[in-house]
Design a protein around this ligand. Sequence first.
Ligand SMILES: Cc1cc2nc3c(=O)[nH]c(=O)nc-3n(C[C@H](O)[C@H](O)[C@H](O)COP(=O)(O)OP(=O)(O)OC[C@H]3O[C@@H](n4cnc5c(N)ncnc54)[C@H](O)[C@@H]3O)c2cc1C
Length: 546
Amino acid sequence: MPQDHFPTIETPILIVGGGPVGLALAADLGRRGAPCLVVEQGEGPADHPRATAINARSMEFMRRWGVVEAVRKASAPEDFPHTALYCTTLSGFEIARIDRPHHGGRGPTTTSPERAQRCNQIWLDPILRDLATSFASVDLRYRWRFEELIQTDDRVFATVHDLARDERRLIAAQFVIDCSGGHSVIRPQLGMTMSGSPYVGHFLSIFVKAPELWNHHAMGKAALINFVEPEGLWRNLVILDGRELYRFGVRGKEFYDAPDKADVERMFNEVVGKHVPHELISVRRWVARNVVSDAYRNGRVFFAGDAAHLSHPSSGLGLNTGLGDAVDLGWKLAATLAGWGGAGLLTSYEIERQPVGRRNISHADVSHQGDRERAPPPEIFADTPAGERARRTMGDAIVASMTRKFITDGLALGYRYDPSPICCNEAGAVPHTSIEDYYPNAVTGSRAPHAWLPDGRSIIDLYGRGFALVRLGDNAPDVSTIERAFASRAVPLSVESVTDPAIAALYERSLVLVRPDGHVAWRADAPPMDPTALVDRVRGASAATD
Ligand SMILES: Cc1cc2nc3c(=O)[nH]c(=O)nc-3n(C[C@H](O)[C@H](O)[C@H](O)COP(=O)(O)OP(=O)(O)OC[C@H]3O[C@@H](n4cnc5c(N)ncnc54)[C@H](O)[C@@H]3O)c2cc1C
Protein backbone atom coordinates (compact mmCIF):
# COMPACT_ATOMS: atom_id res chain seq x y z
CA MET A 1 0.00 0.00 0.00
CA PRO A 2 1.45 3.36 -0.92
CA GLN A 3 1.94 5.84 1.92
CA ASP A 4 1.31 9.19 0.28
CA HIS A 5 0.22 12.53 1.58
CA PHE A 6 -3.41 12.26 0.52
CA PRO A 7 -5.82 11.74 3.38
CA THR A 8 -7.40 8.32 3.55
CA ILE A 9 -11.00 8.35 2.33
CA GLU A 10 -13.30 6.56 4.76
CA THR A 11 -16.45 4.87 3.47
CA PRO A 12 -18.52 2.03 4.90
CA ILE A 13 -18.93 0.43 1.47
CA LEU A 14 -16.63 0.66 -1.52
CA ILE A 15 -18.16 -0.57 -4.79
CA VAL A 16 -15.56 -1.28 -7.46
CA GLY A 17 -17.09 -0.89 -10.92
CA GLY A 18 -19.83 1.46 -12.07
CA GLY A 19 -21.41 -0.87 -14.62
CA PRO A 20 -25.10 -1.73 -14.27
CA VAL A 21 -24.65 -4.01 -11.25
CA GLY A 22 -22.43 -1.59 -9.29
CA LEU A 23 -24.84 1.26 -10.08
CA ALA A 24 -27.90 -0.82 -9.13
CA LEU A 25 -26.30 -1.81 -5.83
CA ALA A 26 -25.38 1.83 -5.13
CA ALA A 27 -28.96 2.87 -5.89
CA ASP A 28 -30.42 0.17 -3.64
CA LEU A 29 -28.06 1.20 -0.83
CA GLY A 30 -28.80 4.88 -1.42
CA ARG A 31 -32.52 4.21 -1.20
CA ARG A 32 -31.91 2.52 2.14
CA GLY A 33 -29.81 5.44 3.38
CA ALA A 34 -26.58 3.40 3.44
CA PRO A 35 -23.53 5.41 2.30
CA CYS A 36 -21.23 4.06 -0.38
CA LEU A 37 -18.47 5.12 -2.74
CA VAL A 38 -18.44 3.78 -6.31
CA VAL A 39 -15.19 3.91 -8.28
CA GLU A 40 -15.39 3.40 -12.03
CA GLN A 41 -12.36 3.51 -14.28
CA GLY A 42 -14.32 4.65 -17.35
CA GLU A 43 -15.48 8.16 -18.15
CA GLY A 44 -19.17 7.30 -17.92
CA PRO A 45 -21.65 4.63 -18.97
CA ALA A 46 -20.55 2.37 -21.82
CA ASP A 47 -21.27 3.57 -25.36
CA HIS A 48 -21.11 0.17 -27.10
CA PRO A 49 -24.19 -2.06 -26.64
CA ARG A 50 -24.16 -5.22 -24.52
CA ALA A 51 -27.23 -6.39 -22.54
CA THR A 52 -30.68 -5.65 -23.94
CA ALA A 53 -33.06 -8.26 -22.48
CA ILE A 54 -34.39 -7.00 -19.14
CA ASN A 55 -36.56 -9.71 -17.61
CA ALA A 56 -39.76 -9.24 -15.62
CA ARG A 57 -38.01 -9.57 -12.25
CA SER A 58 -35.48 -6.88 -13.17
CA MET A 59 -38.37 -4.69 -14.32
CA GLU A 60 -39.97 -5.24 -10.90
CA PHE A 61 -36.75 -3.89 -9.35
CA MET A 62 -37.00 -0.86 -11.64
CA ARG A 63 -40.58 -0.42 -10.44
CA ARG A 64 -39.42 -0.59 -6.81
CA TRP A 65 -36.72 1.98 -7.53
CA GLY A 66 -39.16 4.35 -9.25
CA VAL A 67 -37.51 4.26 -12.68
CA VAL A 68 -39.73 1.74 -14.45
CA GLU A 69 -41.37 4.37 -16.65
CA ALA A 70 -37.96 5.72 -17.69
CA VAL A 71 -36.80 2.20 -18.58
CA ARG A 72 -39.96 1.50 -20.56
CA LYS A 73 -39.52 4.76 -22.42
CA ALA A 74 -35.93 3.88 -23.28
CA SER A 75 -36.98 0.39 -24.42
CA ALA A 76 -38.00 -0.78 -27.87
CA PRO A 77 -41.44 0.62 -28.86
CA GLU A 78 -44.40 -1.07 -27.18
CA ASP A 79 -45.60 -2.71 -30.37
CA PHE A 80 -42.19 -4.07 -31.39
CA PRO A 81 -42.44 -7.88 -31.26
CA HIS A 82 -39.90 -9.70 -29.08
CA THR A 83 -39.92 -12.54 -31.59
CA ALA A 84 -36.85 -14.71 -32.12
CA LEU A 85 -36.52 -15.44 -35.83
CA TYR A 86 -34.39 -18.04 -37.59
CA CYS A 87 -33.77 -17.48 -41.31
CA THR A 88 -31.15 -18.14 -43.95
CA THR A 89 -30.77 -14.41 -44.66
CA LEU A 90 -33.23 -11.55 -44.27
CA SER A 91 -33.87 -11.85 -48.01
CA GLY A 92 -33.87 -15.66 -47.96
CA PHE A 93 -36.00 -18.34 -46.28
CA GLU A 94 -37.65 -18.28 -42.90
CA ILE A 95 -36.88 -21.39 -40.83
CA ALA A 96 -38.52 -20.78 -37.43
CA ARG A 97 -40.20 -18.14 -35.35
CA ILE A 98 -40.60 -18.11 -31.57
CA ASP A 99 -43.00 -15.44 -30.37
CA ARG A 100 -42.92 -14.02 -26.86
CA PRO A 101 -46.35 -12.49 -26.27
CA HIS A 102 -45.66 -11.85 -22.57
CA HIS A 103 -42.59 -9.75 -23.35
CA GLY A 104 -42.62 -6.08 -24.33
CA GLY A 105 -45.58 -3.75 -24.44
CA ARG A 106 -47.35 -2.31 -21.48
CA GLY A 107 -50.20 -4.36 -20.00
CA PRO A 108 -49.35 -6.52 -16.98
CA THR A 109 -49.28 -10.30 -17.21
CA THR A 110 -50.99 -12.54 -14.68
CA THR A 111 -47.69 -13.20 -12.93
CA SER A 112 -46.11 -9.76 -12.71
CA PRO A 113 -47.11 -6.11 -12.86
CA GLU A 114 -44.19 -5.66 -15.26
CA ARG A 115 -43.33 -7.20 -18.60
CA ALA A 116 -39.86 -8.05 -19.77
CA GLN A 117 -38.49 -5.22 -21.91
CA ARG A 118 -35.70 -4.63 -24.35
CA CYS A 119 -33.63 -1.74 -23.02
CA ASN A 120 -29.97 -1.76 -23.92
CA GLN A 121 -27.33 -0.87 -21.38
CA ILE A 122 -26.41 2.24 -23.35
CA TRP A 123 -29.76 3.63 -22.13
CA LEU A 124 -30.22 1.58 -18.94
CA ASP A 125 -26.86 2.44 -17.37
CA PRO A 126 -27.45 6.23 -17.48
CA ILE A 127 -30.86 5.68 -15.81
CA LEU A 128 -29.20 3.66 -13.05
CA ARG A 129 -26.42 6.23 -12.74
CA ASP A 130 -28.90 9.09 -12.35
CA LEU A 131 -30.89 7.05 -9.84
CA ALA A 132 -27.80 6.18 -7.78
CA THR A 133 -26.47 9.72 -7.72
CA SER A 134 -29.88 11.12 -6.77
CA PHE A 135 -29.09 9.87 -3.25
CA ALA A 136 -26.81 12.17 -1.25
CA SER A 137 -25.22 9.13 0.41
CA VAL A 138 -23.91 7.75 -2.91
CA ASP A 139 -20.56 9.08 -4.12
CA LEU A 140 -19.74 8.03 -7.71
CA ARG A 141 -16.27 8.73 -9.08
CA TYR A 142 -15.56 8.19 -12.76
CA ARG A 143 -11.98 7.72 -13.93
CA TRP A 144 -10.97 6.22 -10.60
CA ARG A 145 -9.31 2.86 -11.18
CA PHE A 146 -9.06 0.35 -8.36
CA GLU A 147 -5.57 -1.14 -8.15
CA GLU A 148 -5.13 -3.30 -5.07
CA LEU A 149 -6.42 -4.06 -1.59
CA ILE A 150 -5.43 -5.48 1.73
CA GLN A 151 -7.80 -6.73 4.40
CA THR A 152 -7.46 -6.38 8.16
CA ASP A 153 -9.86 -7.71 10.80
CA ASP A 154 -12.13 -4.70 10.65
CA ARG A 155 -11.25 -2.89 7.41
CA VAL A 156 -10.32 -3.19 3.77
CA PHE A 157 -7.75 -0.72 2.46
CA ALA A 158 -7.90 -0.14 -1.29
CA THR A 159 -5.60 1.85 -3.52
CA VAL A 160 -7.30 3.69 -6.33
CA HIS A 161 -5.69 5.61 -9.18
CA ASP A 162 -7.44 8.91 -9.90
CA LEU A 163 -6.72 8.87 -13.63
CA ALA A 164 -7.73 12.49 -14.29
CA ARG A 165 -5.26 13.85 -11.74
CA ASP A 166 -2.84 10.96 -11.99
CA GLU A 167 -2.91 10.62 -8.20
CA ARG A 168 -3.26 7.61 -5.91
CA ARG A 169 -5.95 7.54 -3.22
CA LEU A 170 -6.23 5.26 -0.24
CA ILE A 171 -9.74 4.19 0.66
CA ALA A 172 -10.63 2.53 3.96
CA ALA A 173 -13.92 0.64 3.83
CA GLN A 174 -15.77 -1.81 6.05
CA PHE A 175 -16.81 -3.79 2.98
CA VAL A 176 -15.72 -3.89 -0.65
CA ILE A 177 -18.11 -5.12 -3.32
CA ASP A 178 -16.43 -6.25 -6.51
CA CYS A 179 -18.74 -5.27 -9.38
CA SER A 180 -15.86 -4.86 -11.82
CA GLY A 181 -17.12 -7.44 -14.32
CA GLY A 182 -15.45 -10.32 -16.08
CA HIS A 183 -11.99 -8.73 -15.98
CA SER A 184 -12.04 -8.25 -12.21
CA VAL A 185 -8.60 -7.49 -10.82
CA ILE A 186 -9.79 -8.29 -7.29
CA ARG A 187 -10.54 -11.96 -7.98
CA PRO A 188 -6.97 -12.84 -9.00
CA GLN A 189 -5.52 -10.76 -6.15
CA LEU A 190 -7.49 -12.83 -3.67
CA GLY A 191 -6.77 -16.11 -5.46
CA MET A 192 -10.45 -16.62 -6.31
CA THR A 193 -11.30 -19.16 -8.97
CA MET A 194 -14.29 -19.71 -11.25
CA SER A 195 -15.56 -23.02 -12.51
CA GLY A 196 -18.22 -24.38 -14.81
CA SER A 197 -18.32 -25.20 -18.49
CA PRO A 198 -15.13 -25.62 -20.53
CA TYR A 199 -16.80 -23.64 -23.35
CA VAL A 200 -14.93 -20.57 -24.61
CA GLY A 201 -16.44 -18.57 -27.50
CA HIS A 202 -14.81 -15.70 -29.37
CA PHE A 203 -16.96 -12.99 -30.90
CA LEU A 204 -17.13 -9.64 -32.61
CA SER A 205 -19.92 -7.28 -31.61
CA ILE A 206 -20.72 -4.74 -34.33
CA PHE A 207 -22.88 -1.72 -33.54
CA VAL A 208 -24.88 -0.89 -36.69
CA LYS A 209 -27.38 1.75 -37.68
CA ALA A 210 -29.82 0.57 -40.37
CA PRO A 211 -32.99 2.69 -40.32
CA GLU A 212 -36.22 0.66 -40.60
CA LEU A 213 -34.37 -2.37 -41.85
CA TRP A 214 -37.66 -4.32 -41.93
CA ASN A 215 -38.83 -2.20 -44.84
CA HIS A 216 -36.10 -3.80 -46.95
CA HIS A 217 -37.08 -7.44 -46.44
CA ALA A 218 -40.16 -9.61 -46.04
CA MET A 219 -39.44 -11.26 -42.68
CA GLY A 220 -41.20 -8.57 -40.63
CA LYS A 221 -40.01 -7.15 -37.34
CA ALA A 222 -38.17 -9.45 -34.93
CA ALA A 223 -36.05 -8.72 -31.87
CA LEU A 224 -33.47 -11.47 -32.35
CA ILE A 225 -32.51 -12.80 -35.74
CA ASN A 226 -30.36 -15.94 -36.00
CA PHE A 227 -28.94 -16.79 -39.39
CA VAL A 228 -28.93 -20.43 -40.46
CA GLU A 229 -26.08 -20.76 -42.93
CA PRO A 230 -24.31 -23.65 -44.65
CA GLU A 231 -21.54 -23.51 -42.00
CA GLY A 232 -24.06 -23.51 -39.14
CA LEU A 233 -25.28 -20.70 -36.87
CA TRP A 234 -22.53 -18.14 -36.31
CA ARG A 235 -24.07 -14.73 -36.94
CA ASN A 236 -27.04 -12.93 -35.40
CA LEU A 237 -28.69 -9.54 -35.39
CA VAL A 238 -30.25 -8.05 -32.26
CA ILE A 239 -32.50 -4.98 -32.30
CA LEU A 240 -31.62 -2.27 -29.82
CA ASP A 241 -34.02 0.66 -30.12
CA GLY A 242 -36.61 -0.97 -32.41
CA ARG A 243 -36.03 1.79 -34.93
CA GLU A 244 -32.58 1.81 -36.44
CA LEU A 245 -29.92 0.47 -34.09
CA TYR A 246 -28.70 -3.13 -34.02
CA ARG A 247 -25.98 -5.29 -32.52
CA PHE A 248 -24.60 -7.63 -35.17
CA GLY A 249 -22.84 -10.62 -33.59
CA VAL A 250 -20.23 -12.70 -35.38
CA ARG A 251 -18.62 -15.81 -33.85
CA GLY A 252 -15.10 -16.87 -34.82
CA LYS A 253 -11.64 -16.90 -33.25
CA GLU A 254 -10.12 -15.64 -36.49
CA PHE A 255 -12.26 -12.48 -36.33
CA TYR A 256 -11.60 -12.03 -32.62
CA ASP A 257 -7.84 -12.34 -33.16
CA ALA A 258 -7.77 -9.83 -36.01
CA PRO A 259 -10.86 -7.60 -35.81
CA ASP A 260 -9.28 -5.02 -38.12
CA LYS A 261 -9.06 -7.60 -40.86
CA ALA A 262 -12.69 -8.73 -40.56
CA ASP A 263 -14.77 -7.44 -43.45
CA VAL A 264 -17.78 -6.60 -41.31
CA GLU A 265 -19.31 -4.53 -44.09
CA ARG A 266 -19.44 -7.57 -46.36
CA MET A 267 -20.71 -9.78 -43.53
CA PHE A 268 -23.58 -7.41 -42.76
CA ASN A 269 -24.61 -7.29 -46.42
CA GLU A 270 -24.45 -11.10 -46.55
CA VAL A 271 -26.93 -11.64 -43.71
CA VAL A 272 -29.30 -8.99 -45.02
CA GLY A 273 -29.01 -10.61 -48.43
CA LYS A 274 -28.56 -7.32 -50.28
CA HIS A 275 -27.18 -3.86 -49.77
CA VAL A 276 -29.36 -1.61 -47.61
CA PRO A 277 -28.61 1.86 -46.22
CA HIS A 278 -26.57 1.41 -43.04
CA GLU A 279 -23.67 2.75 -41.02
CA LEU A 280 -21.18 0.80 -38.91
CA ILE A 281 -20.77 2.66 -35.61
CA SER A 282 -18.25 0.61 -33.63
CA VAL A 283 -16.74 -2.87 -33.38
CA ARG A 284 -15.69 -4.61 -30.15
CA ARG A 285 -14.50 -8.11 -29.45
CA TRP A 286 -15.48 -10.22 -26.49
CA VAL A 287 -15.10 -13.72 -25.08
CA ALA A 288 -18.03 -15.80 -23.83
CA ARG A 289 -17.65 -18.25 -20.95
CA ASN A 290 -20.12 -19.99 -18.68
CA VAL A 291 -18.51 -20.02 -15.25
CA VAL A 292 -19.40 -19.14 -11.68
CA SER A 293 -17.09 -17.97 -8.92
CA ASP A 294 -16.27 -20.73 -6.45
CA ALA A 295 -16.96 -18.23 -3.67
CA TYR A 296 -19.01 -15.03 -3.59
CA ARG A 297 -17.17 -13.73 -0.55
CA ASN A 298 -13.62 -13.42 0.70
CA GLY A 299 -13.49 -11.89 4.17
CA ARG A 300 -14.91 -8.39 3.79
CA VAL A 301 -14.97 -8.54 0.01
CA PHE A 302 -18.12 -9.64 -1.87
CA PHE A 303 -18.53 -10.43 -5.57
CA ALA A 304 -21.60 -9.51 -7.63
CA GLY A 305 -22.60 -9.45 -11.29
CA ASP A 306 -20.08 -10.54 -13.89
CA ALA A 307 -17.38 -10.53 -11.22
CA ALA A 308 -19.26 -13.51 -9.73
CA HIS A 309 -20.58 -15.26 -12.84
CA LEU A 310 -20.08 -15.10 -16.58
CA SER A 311 -22.47 -16.42 -19.16
CA HIS A 312 -23.02 -16.56 -22.88
CA PRO A 313 -25.64 -13.86 -23.50
CA SER A 314 -27.94 -15.99 -25.67
CA SER A 315 -30.55 -16.37 -22.91
CA GLY A 316 -30.10 -12.82 -21.62
CA LEU A 317 -29.23 -13.88 -18.10
CA GLY A 318 -25.97 -12.11 -17.20
CA LEU A 319 -27.19 -8.67 -16.27
CA ASN A 320 -30.48 -9.96 -14.90
CA THR A 321 -28.67 -12.37 -12.58
CA GLY A 322 -26.34 -9.55 -11.53
CA LEU A 323 -29.25 -7.27 -10.63
CA GLY A 324 -30.58 -10.09 -8.45
CA ASP A 325 -27.20 -10.19 -6.66
CA ALA A 326 -27.34 -6.44 -6.06
CA VAL A 327 -30.85 -6.65 -4.60
CA ASP A 328 -29.93 -9.56 -2.30
CA LEU A 329 -26.81 -7.80 -1.06
CA GLY A 330 -28.25 -4.27 -0.76
CA TRP A 331 -30.57 -4.76 2.19
CA LYS A 332 -28.12 -7.09 3.95
CA LEU A 333 -25.32 -4.52 3.80
CA ALA A 334 -27.69 -1.71 4.85
CA ALA A 335 -28.98 -3.79 7.78
CA THR A 336 -25.44 -4.60 8.86
CA LEU A 337 -24.47 -0.90 8.84
CA ALA A 338 -27.69 0.00 10.64
CA GLY A 339 -26.80 -2.48 13.38
CA TRP A 340 -29.85 -4.76 13.21
CA GLY A 341 -28.33 -7.25 10.77
CA GLY A 342 -26.67 -10.20 12.48
CA ALA A 343 -23.39 -11.80 11.37
CA GLY A 344 -25.31 -14.49 9.50
CA LEU A 345 -27.00 -11.98 7.21
CA LEU A 346 -23.97 -11.35 5.02
CA THR A 347 -23.03 -15.03 5.21
CA SER A 348 -26.36 -15.85 3.61
CA TYR A 349 -25.49 -13.87 0.43
CA GLU A 350 -23.35 -16.60 -1.10
CA ILE A 351 -25.65 -19.37 0.15
CA GLU A 352 -28.62 -17.74 -1.57
CA ARG A 353 -27.09 -16.30 -4.72
CA GLN A 354 -24.47 -18.81 -5.82
CA PRO A 355 -27.07 -21.55 -6.61
CA VAL A 356 -29.06 -19.02 -8.66
CA GLY A 357 -25.87 -18.12 -10.52
CA ARG A 358 -25.07 -21.80 -11.15
CA ARG A 359 -28.57 -22.59 -12.37
CA ASN A 360 -28.78 -19.58 -14.71
CA ILE A 361 -25.29 -19.97 -16.07
CA SER A 362 -25.75 -23.69 -16.72
CA HIS A 363 -28.96 -22.87 -18.61
CA ALA A 364 -27.05 -20.33 -20.71
CA ASP A 365 -24.42 -22.99 -21.40
CA VAL A 366 -26.94 -25.56 -22.61
CA SER A 367 -29.09 -23.18 -24.61
CA HIS A 368 -26.50 -21.66 -26.90
CA GLN A 369 -24.85 -25.06 -27.36
CA GLY A 370 -28.10 -26.21 -29.00
CA ASP A 371 -27.71 -23.59 -31.73
CA ARG A 372 -23.96 -24.01 -32.10
CA GLU A 373 -24.25 -27.69 -32.83
CA ARG A 374 -27.15 -27.37 -35.25
CA ALA A 375 -26.01 -28.55 -38.70
CA PRO A 376 -28.39 -27.42 -41.45
CA PRO A 377 -29.12 -29.95 -44.20
CA PRO A 378 -27.99 -28.53 -47.57
CA GLU A 379 -31.49 -28.68 -49.09
CA ILE A 380 -32.87 -25.99 -46.74
CA PHE A 381 -31.28 -23.40 -49.00
CA ALA A 382 -33.12 -24.71 -52.09
CA ASP A 383 -36.35 -23.20 -53.37
CA THR A 384 -37.92 -26.62 -53.94
CA PRO A 385 -40.61 -28.75 -52.23
CA ALA A 386 -37.81 -30.82 -50.63
CA GLY A 387 -36.25 -27.59 -49.40
CA GLU A 388 -39.59 -26.50 -47.99
CA ARG A 389 -39.95 -29.83 -46.13
CA ALA A 390 -36.39 -29.59 -44.77
CA ARG A 391 -37.02 -26.05 -43.52
CA ARG A 392 -40.21 -27.15 -41.77
CA THR A 393 -38.45 -30.09 -40.12
CA MET A 394 -35.58 -27.92 -38.95
CA GLY A 395 -37.97 -25.18 -37.85
CA ASP A 396 -40.03 -27.60 -35.76
CA ALA A 397 -36.87 -28.91 -34.11
CA ILE A 398 -35.73 -25.35 -33.32
CA VAL A 399 -39.08 -24.40 -31.77
CA ALA A 400 -39.15 -27.62 -29.74
CA SER A 401 -35.66 -27.22 -28.33
CA MET A 402 -35.03 -23.47 -28.37
CA THR A 403 -38.21 -21.99 -26.89
CA ARG A 404 -36.66 -22.41 -23.45
CA LYS A 405 -33.63 -20.45 -24.64
CA PHE A 406 -35.76 -17.37 -25.30
CA ILE A 407 -38.53 -17.77 -22.72
CA THR A 408 -37.05 -18.01 -19.26
CA ASP A 409 -39.88 -16.60 -17.14
CA GLY A 410 -39.52 -19.56 -14.74
CA LEU A 411 -35.88 -18.66 -14.12
CA ALA A 412 -36.69 -14.95 -13.86
CA LEU A 413 -39.50 -15.20 -11.30
CA GLY A 414 -39.34 -18.69 -9.83
CA TYR A 415 -35.92 -18.71 -8.13
CA ARG A 416 -36.16 -19.69 -4.51
CA TYR A 417 -33.67 -19.39 -1.65
CA ASP A 418 -33.89 -22.91 -0.29
CA PRO A 419 -32.05 -23.80 1.79
CA SER A 420 -31.35 -20.42 3.28
CA PRO A 421 -30.12 -19.87 6.84
CA ILE A 422 -32.28 -16.75 7.15
CA CYS A 423 -35.54 -18.23 5.81
CA CYS A 424 -37.72 -20.70 7.67
CA ASN A 425 -37.74 -23.10 4.73
CA GLU A 426 -40.58 -25.59 4.39
CA ALA A 427 -39.67 -29.24 4.47
CA GLY A 428 -41.05 -31.06 1.45
CA ALA A 429 -41.85 -27.93 -0.60
CA VAL A 430 -42.02 -28.81 -4.30
CA PRO A 431 -39.06 -27.17 -6.05
CA HIS A 432 -39.79 -24.65 -8.82
CA THR A 433 -37.98 -26.32 -11.69
CA SER A 434 -39.58 -24.89 -14.83
CA ILE A 435 -37.32 -22.67 -16.92
CA GLU A 436 -39.97 -21.37 -19.31
CA ASP A 437 -43.01 -20.97 -17.08
CA TYR A 438 -43.44 -19.39 -13.70
CA TYR A 439 -45.97 -20.94 -11.30
CA PRO A 440 -46.98 -18.34 -8.71
CA ASN A 441 -46.40 -19.49 -5.14
CA ALA A 442 -45.48 -18.07 -1.75
CA VAL A 443 -43.33 -20.97 -0.56
CA THR A 444 -40.71 -19.70 1.87
CA GLY A 445 -37.60 -18.47 0.05
CA SER A 446 -39.56 -17.54 -3.10
CA ARG A 447 -40.23 -14.10 -4.49
CA ALA A 448 -43.54 -13.15 -2.87
CA PRO A 449 -46.00 -13.44 -5.76
CA HIS A 450 -47.78 -10.58 -7.49
CA ALA A 451 -51.52 -9.95 -7.18
CA TRP A 452 -53.54 -6.79 -7.66
CA LEU A 453 -54.84 -5.01 -4.56
CA PRO A 454 -58.27 -3.32 -4.65
CA ASP A 455 -56.60 0.11 -4.77
CA GLY A 456 -54.82 -0.77 -8.04
CA ARG A 457 -51.37 -1.39 -6.60
CA SER A 458 -49.61 -4.70 -6.91
CA ILE A 459 -49.10 -6.47 -3.59
CA ILE A 460 -45.38 -6.48 -4.41
CA ASP A 461 -45.49 -2.67 -4.14
CA LEU A 462 -45.87 -3.23 -0.37
CA TYR A 463 -42.43 -4.84 -0.26
CA GLY A 464 -38.95 -3.45 -0.67
CA ARG A 465 -38.19 -1.25 2.36
CA GLY A 466 -38.15 -3.09 5.70
CA PHE A 467 -39.79 -6.44 6.49
CA ALA A 468 -43.51 -6.64 5.67
CA LEU A 469 -45.82 -8.89 7.67
CA VAL A 470 -48.93 -9.59 5.62
CA ARG A 471 -52.11 -10.64 7.42
CA LEU A 472 -54.27 -12.48 4.92
CA GLY A 473 -58.00 -13.17 4.97
CA ASP A 474 -60.82 -11.93 7.19
CA ASN A 475 -59.71 -13.74 10.31
CA ALA A 476 -55.96 -13.22 10.28
CA PRO A 477 -54.53 -13.52 13.82
CA ASP A 478 -53.27 -10.67 15.94
CA VAL A 479 -49.56 -10.05 15.35
CA SER A 480 -48.66 -7.80 18.26
CA THR A 481 -46.22 -10.35 19.70
CA ILE A 482 -44.33 -10.36 16.41
CA GLU A 483 -44.38 -6.57 16.21
CA ARG A 484 -42.95 -6.32 19.72
CA ALA A 485 -40.20 -8.82 18.89
CA PHE A 486 -39.17 -6.86 15.78
CA ALA A 487 -39.24 -3.59 17.74
CA SER A 488 -37.07 -5.13 20.48
CA ARG A 489 -34.38 -5.82 17.88
CA ALA A 490 -34.91 -2.48 16.06
CA VAL A 491 -35.78 -4.34 12.86
CA PRO A 492 -38.07 -2.28 10.59
CA LEU A 493 -41.45 -3.98 10.11
CA SER A 494 -44.70 -2.89 8.52
CA VAL A 495 -47.93 -4.81 8.99
CA GLU A 496 -50.28 -5.06 6.03
CA SER A 497 -53.79 -6.53 6.03
CA VAL A 498 -55.11 -8.05 2.83
CA THR A 499 -58.61 -9.52 2.89
CA ASP A 500 -59.04 -10.48 -0.77
CA PRO A 501 -59.78 -14.25 -0.66
CA ALA A 502 -57.97 -14.87 -3.97
CA ILE A 503 -54.76 -13.37 -2.59
CA ALA A 504 -55.18 -15.27 0.67
CA ALA A 505 -55.52 -18.46 -1.37
CA LEU A 506 -52.40 -17.60 -3.41
CA TYR A 507 -50.34 -16.94 -0.27
CA GLU A 508 -51.81 -20.08 1.38
CA ARG A 509 -51.25 -18.94 4.99
CA SER A 510 -52.80 -16.31 7.25
CA LEU A 511 -49.44 -14.72 8.06
CA VAL A 512 -46.62 -14.19 5.56
CA LEU A 513 -43.40 -12.39 6.45
CA VAL A 514 -41.70 -10.80 3.43
CA ARG A 515 -38.08 -9.66 3.53
CA PRO A 516 -36.84 -6.24 2.38
CA ASP A 517 -35.89 -7.77 -0.99
CA GLY A 518 -39.40 -9.16 -1.57
CA HIS A 519 -38.71 -12.83 -0.73
CA VAL A 520 -40.81 -14.81 1.72
CA ALA A 521 -38.93 -15.40 4.98
CA TRP A 522 -41.62 -17.24 6.95
CA ARG A 523 -45.33 -18.09 6.74
CA ALA A 524 -47.81 -19.75 9.09
CA ASP A 525 -51.40 -19.61 10.25
CA ALA A 526 -50.52 -18.38 13.73
CA PRO A 527 -47.76 -16.32 15.35
CA PRO A 528 -44.77 -18.40 16.42
CA MET A 529 -44.37 -19.53 20.02
CA ASP A 530 -41.10 -17.62 20.17
CA PRO A 531 -41.33 -14.47 17.99
CA THR A 532 -37.88 -13.32 19.10
CA ALA A 533 -36.37 -16.49 17.68
CA LEU A 534 -38.14 -15.70 14.41
CA VAL A 535 -36.79 -12.18 14.16
CA ASP A 536 -33.29 -13.37 15.11
CA ARG A 537 -33.47 -16.00 12.41
CA VAL A 538 -34.53 -13.66 9.62
CA ARG A 539 -32.02 -10.94 10.60
CA GLY A 540 -29.18 -13.44 10.59
CA ALA A 541 -28.56 -13.41 14.33
CA SER A 542 -29.58 -16.85 15.51
CA ALA A 543 -27.33 -19.84 16.05
CA ALA A 544 -28.89 -21.44 12.96
CA THR A 545 -27.63 -18.61 10.76
CA ASP A 546 -24.04 -18.53 12.00
C1 LIG B 1 -22.87 -9.04 -26.52
C2 LIG B 1 -23.48 -9.16 -25.15
C3 LIG B 1 -24.85 -9.19 -25.01
C4 LIG B 1 -25.43 -9.33 -23.74
N1 LIG B 1 -26.79 -9.38 -23.62
C5 LIG B 1 -27.36 -9.55 -22.40
C6 LIG B 1 -28.78 -9.53 -22.22
O1 LIG B 1 -29.53 -9.36 -23.17
N2 LIG B 1 -29.29 -9.67 -20.95
C7 LIG B 1 -28.46 -9.84 -19.86
O2 LIG B 1 -28.98 -10.02 -18.74
N3 LIG B 1 -27.11 -9.83 -19.99
C8 LIG B 1 -26.55 -9.69 -21.22
N4 LIG B 1 -25.19 -9.61 -21.35
C9 LIG B 1 -24.36 -9.67 -20.15
C10 LIG B 1 -24.26 -8.29 -19.49
O3 LIG B 1 -23.76 -7.34 -20.39
C11 LIG B 1 -23.38 -8.39 -18.27
O4 LIG B 1 -23.82 -9.45 -17.47
C12 LIG B 1 -23.43 -7.08 -17.46
O5 LIG B 1 -22.88 -6.01 -18.18
C13 LIG B 1 -22.67 -7.26 -16.15
O6 LIG B 1 -22.71 -6.07 -15.44
P1 LIG B 1 -21.61 -5.77 -14.35
O7 LIG B 1 -21.94 -4.42 -13.83
O8 LIG B 1 -21.48 -6.92 -13.44
O9 LIG B 1 -20.22 -5.74 -15.17
P2 LIG B 1 -19.77 -4.78 -16.32
O10 LIG B 1 -20.92 -4.33 -17.15
O11 LIG B 1 -18.66 -5.47 -17.02
O12 LIG B 1 -19.22 -3.50 -15.58
C14 LIG B 1 -18.03 -3.57 -14.84
C15 LIG B 1 -17.51 -2.15 -14.69
O13 LIG B 1 -16.36 -2.20 -13.84
C16 LIG B 1 -15.41 -1.31 -14.36
N5 LIG B 1 -14.09 -1.73 -13.89
C17 LIG B 1 -13.40 -2.84 -14.23
N6 LIG B 1 -12.21 -2.87 -13.59
C18 LIG B 1 -12.16 -1.75 -12.83
C19 LIG B 1 -11.18 -1.23 -11.94
N7 LIG B 1 -10.01 -1.84 -11.72
N8 LIG B 1 -11.46 -0.04 -11.32
C20 LIG B 1 -12.63 0.62 -11.54
N9 LIG B 1 -13.57 0.17 -12.39
C21 LIG B 1 -13.35 -1.02 -13.01
C22 LIG B 1 -15.56 -1.42 -15.86
O14 LIG B 1 -15.03 -0.28 -16.51
C23 LIG B 1 -17.06 -1.56 -16.01
O15 LIG B 1 -17.69 -0.31 -16.18
C24 LIG B 1 -24.60 -9.44 -22.60
C25 LIG B 1 -23.21 -9.40 -22.76
C26 LIG B 1 -22.64 -9.25 -24.01
C27 LIG B 1 -21.13 -9.20 -24.15
